[in-house]
Design a protein around this ligand. Structure first.
Ligand code: GTR
Length: 326
């Protein structure tokens, strides 16, 4: 007769066996994002996860941890490097301090437009940068790109000319390049995590920040007083899907190829969701009383020339190739 103890042992053994009765080790992929459920990046990675679960009949399982539940991007990058997170969608901004080669895409006005950025990331230069991440000592594998649109300023006091920005404390992502960018634009760049921006706005630690409309809306920063959105479009930073090298190295060659294939599909799927999100959230922000201020951004382009010179010197050839990309 099976006593209680045996029963538990039997359950433990049968659950560790596959349906056919052979041991089947299940690989669990923990995916993480600072954005909430439903955000384009989260939705596209979830869809990638479903495809991989279906293709492997559940041998590989996905768990999505959205909304910064595993920490801010800096912390999540560290967790990905040590293998505690297997798949991370992050802005390229905070990857710069870990893999300096990617800073080429983090420079102000390096792309002429979002269409230009997309052509670059979809083409050979995009692939080269993904490969540089994988070849670097950072213990991460570059899988695919995502779209973060373009970033503009949002402030409590309106910025209608470059002079209005003078001395305003503006939160930037954690990368010295961005602090230099804001300082060159006349503001006072302050580096902090995304999750701290809301209270920093409320308490007056900062006067504003900069981001795309979906982030401004979903992170509620406009509710903390940042009601003026000045269309500087000073940064067009692609986002990235990286895998922990420890997890990637454990995959078979066929599984590695599958992650890359579905990663690329996620890149395209996110883009369609993104364009819709930018339109939808811009409308919602306006409905909430956020004023969109148009401004000639040539003055911001000119002001940031020293930043491109400082950080771009090491990427001179690449900058030429980016400029030559249609
Ligand atoms: C968003 C981006 C996030 C995060 C955030 C930030 O646009 O999608 O990955 O980097 O900006 O400003 O920290």
């Amino acid at each position: 007769m099976m006593n209680r103890r045996n029963l538990f042992q039997w359950i433990a053994v049968t659950t560790s066996l596959g349906v056919a009765g052979v041991a089947s080790a299940q690989t669990v992929i923990k995916a993480a994002d600072v954005h909430p459920a439903g955000y384009p990046t989260v939705a596209a990675v979830e869809s990638m996860g479903k495809k991989i679960e279906a293709a492997t009949q559940g041998r590989i399982k996905f768990q999505m941890f959205p909304g910064s539940v595993l920490g801010g991007e800096k912390e999540m990058i560290e967790q990905t490097q040590v293998g505690a997170i297997q798949l991370l969608r992050t802005s390229l901004g905070p990857v710069g301090p870990v893999v300096p080669e990617v800073n080429i895409f983090n420079m102000p006005f390096v792309f002429r437009s979002i269409a230009h950025m997309r052509n670059v990331i979809d083409g050979p230069i995009g692939q080269e940068l993904l490969d540089k991440i994988s070849a670097s000592p950072a213990k991460m594998v570059g899988l695919a790109w995502m779209d973060g649109g373009s970033r503009s300023l949002y402030t409590k006091k309106p910025v209608r000319s470059i002079a209005d920005l003078k001395g305003q404390k503006i939160r930037m992502m954690g990368n010295p390049l961005f602090v230099d960018t804001m300082n060159a634009m006349g503001g006072n760049g302050i580096s902090m995590g995304y999750g701290e921006v809301f209270s920093a706005l409320q308490t007056g630690v900062i006067d504003g920040a900069e981001n795309n409309p979906p982030s401004l809306y979903t992170a509620n920063h406009y509710k903390a007083g940042a009601k003026y959105y000045t269309q500087t479009n000073h940064l067009i930073i692609p986002e990235i899907l990286v895998m922990s090298k420890a997890a990637y190295d454990k995959l078979s060659d066929a599984d590695k190829a599958m992650f890359k294939k579905y990663g690329r599909e996620a890149q395209m799927e996110q883009r369609a969701l993104w364009d819709k999100a930018v339109a939808d959230y811009s409308g919602k922000l306006k409905a909430e009383g956020v004023e969109f201020i148009t401004i000639d951004n040539k003055q911001f382009y000119d002001a940031t020339a020293p930043v491109r010179a400082k950080y771009g010197a090491q990427f001179a050839d690449l900058m030429k190739r980016i400029a030559a990309t249609q």
